[in-house]
Design a protein around this ligand. Sequence first.
Ligand code: GDP
Length: 431
Amino acid sequence: MVKAVVGANWGDEGKGKITDMLAEKADIIVRFQGGANAGHTIVNQYGKFALHTLPSGVFYGHTTNVIGNGVALNIPVLFDEIKSITDRKAPTPKLLVSERAQIVTPYHILFDQYEEERLGGKSFGSTKSGIAPFYSDKYAKIGLQVNELFSGARLREKVERIVEMKNILLEHLYHKPLIDCGELLETLKGYRDMVEPYVCDVSAYLDCARKEGKTILLEGQLGTLKDTDHGIYPMVTSSSTLAAYGAIGAGLPPYEIKEIIAVCKAYSSAVGAGAFVSEIFGEEADELRRRGGDGGEYGATTGRPRRMGWFDCVASKYGCRLQGATDVAFTVLDVLGYLDEIPVCVGYEIDGKATTDFPVTAKLETAKPILETLPGWKCEIRGIRDYKELPKNCRNYVEFIEGQIGYPITMVSNGPGREDIIYRESPLKKK
Ligand code: GDP
């Protein structure tokens, strides 16, 4: 059985918590795309952890955690993360790394910084983790797969070729120090030694696991609106954030993904540049940011304040559709308990016309939110485990949003912990 946990919004929806929770009943957790540019926050008995590369199942003794071929693998970051876990006495994670995963190199990180610098005010707001240069190189066929670290003279030859090209850009476009080929090869040797114990033919491993009836969880990074193709291009990430890509980034048949859990946050937040129709500002935004998530809405990787907004039904309906959601996990609902009234964006006004269809970027930039205001519930809902025990206005909020997005909300998350979850029967759920 293969399930995917993916984001229906701009990322930071609480996928880490949902994956961690579902991992209790899973055998294998696979990351299939993205790199160390976004983080998952997980709170458990060992403490609070920000994971950037490791799958969110690493805290269970019974799970195997897999870095799939679709990931942008930063080997030193991966090893620092393993260390941060074992240093705090959590069990050593069982980890496998695809021999086909490609490696983020120090020059990818530098090129990311240099390009953002060059773009100045027109920059993408990149986390400067090297992700865009990494994926550009992957598709330009000058990336380095993990298995190539073990290829001796072949690696040397390839690296020399790459460096020749990169140095032309460094010298003439960016006016920065050049790459020393020998030094780079030494760094790559270090990476090889770090990754060696974990290297595996992941698609073959998953094929066997699937045939043995194991439960495999695919864990997405970021969300639909940051997908390279279907997101707010070009203010997107450089890999596909969709469940469909899980098949490619893990090496599984697409028809094996039976459940797709789209994680949707009860309000909106986004990082980086790009149109954000339901965005709010000033004190209203500051308060939601301060109260949001678990300890405020600040980037898990960069610590930068996230942009805040009301729940956006247009973006979320689109987000769930592109993910192919079989279930929606509606998260961080507890945070909204302080509001007398809660505005919800139910449509966009574009060129004087109302629509509930999510448009292409140029139109999105002109869209104005159509807001509807729902009554708040004005109390703490953490600790509640039974949907019927939620205040009426809170259930109204959930059901109103379910009606707008048209996908079944079967899980409501009312706190950061694993146990803070309410399962719900949805009239929209296909049996
Ligand atoms: P991810 O990248 O999608 O995993 O999301 P993040 O980890 O960036 O953001 C989720 C934040 O909200 C984390 O700090 C979580 O601990 C926290 N969180 C997740 N679910 C809930 C919830 O239902 N209520 C509250 N208050 N916090 C939550």
